[in-house]
Design a protein around this ligand. Structure first.
Ligand SMILES: [Zn+2]
Length: 283
């Protein structure tokens, strides 16, 4: 999340200038430098957890919002403006309840290997960085118009971070790093290490179709390592179907992280990444 070297500790007052220069992600580990600082989560917490859901699916409003309200937890929804238009009032309610609305692009481009991408003609292999930049900004504009909030974090559709083919492939990570405070992947294996990871490439393990015994392994790892677990899901409910995060799993997860002694900070990607971007000398 931040630079491993104390040589990169900017004075607090310098951060606005640094960010204005378009260098929003100083988490650029320097080879050969040893960790120079200890990291502490706030208020004695031992790990952090963000729950994130993609694609602005209707079940997130119908099943997710009442569940999260009852649980008293704020989550991050990575939305596409077209899907928001279909349930605009529901998404306005999500904003009123304090959930984060993140950017998940206008057209949800992914690899041409997906048949639904070929049908939609939205293949990353055929994109340019200029087109991607325009569409990311357009998604922000439409979300702001629809919901009155501007996304500050992003989720890569299908977790894919490239455009082009073969020798012409380019990474979209630097673009996301310039436009957003954080970018989340998908179907990743592990958690995020505050002193070592990159906010523009947050690891986002899948929580769809998992029971809690599978997810608990990652929670235990986060607590053992002081890490940030960013779980990624899609639909929310109880049915057995593809890309369904089960409420029963979420209930067990939240009960577990709230047990005495676990001390896990549960919050949105925006709030936790904001903490990680603060002046390291303040921690
Ligand atoms: Zn998606």
């Amino acid at each position: 999340m931040r630079n491993r070297s104390s040589a990169f500790c900017l004075p607090h007052a310098a951060w606005p200038l640094f960010l204005a220069a378009g260098l929003a992600f100083p988490a650029l580990a320097q080879k050969g430098s040893a960790p120079a600082r200890e990291f502490h989560w706030p208020e004695g917490k031992k790990a952090a957890l963000s729950l994130t859901f993609d694609d602005a699916r209707g079940s997130q409003i119908d099943n997710g919002l009442p569940f999260f309200e009852a649980q008293g937890v704020k989550v991050t929804f990575y939305v596409n403006p077209g899907a928001v238009k279909a349930r605009q009032e529901g998404w306005k309610q999500a904003v009123r309840l304090g959930h984060e609305i993140g950017n998940h692009t206008v057209r949800h481009p992914c690899s041409d290997n997906f048949i639904w991408i070929r049908e939609r003609k939205a293949a990353l292999e055929d994109y340019s960085l200029t087109q991607m930049r325009q569409e990311l900004l357009e998604a922000n504009r439409q979300i702001r118009e629809l919901l009155g909030v501007t996304p500050v974090t992003f989720a890569y559709p299908c977790g894919q971070k490239f455009i082009g083919r073969g020798k012409d492939v380019k990474s979209t990570v630097p673009l996301v790093a310039r436009l957003f405070q954080a970018g989340r992947g998908y179907n990743d294996e592990s958690l995020n290490a505050p002193l070592f990871g990159d906010l523009a490439q947050l690891s986002g393990p899948n929580m769809d179709n998992r029971d809690y015994t599978q997810v608990k392994t990652l929670v235990d790892l986060a607590l053992a390592q002081g890490g940030w677990l960013v779980l990624a899901g899609h639909d929310i409910g109880d049915d057995v179907k593809p890309q369904m995060t089960r409420r029963a799993m979420l209930k067990e997860l939240l009960e577990d992280v709230r047990r005495p002694g676990r001390e896990v900070w549960v919050d949105t990607v925006q709030n936790i990444s904001s903490y990680l971007r603060r002046d390291p000398k303040k921690q």
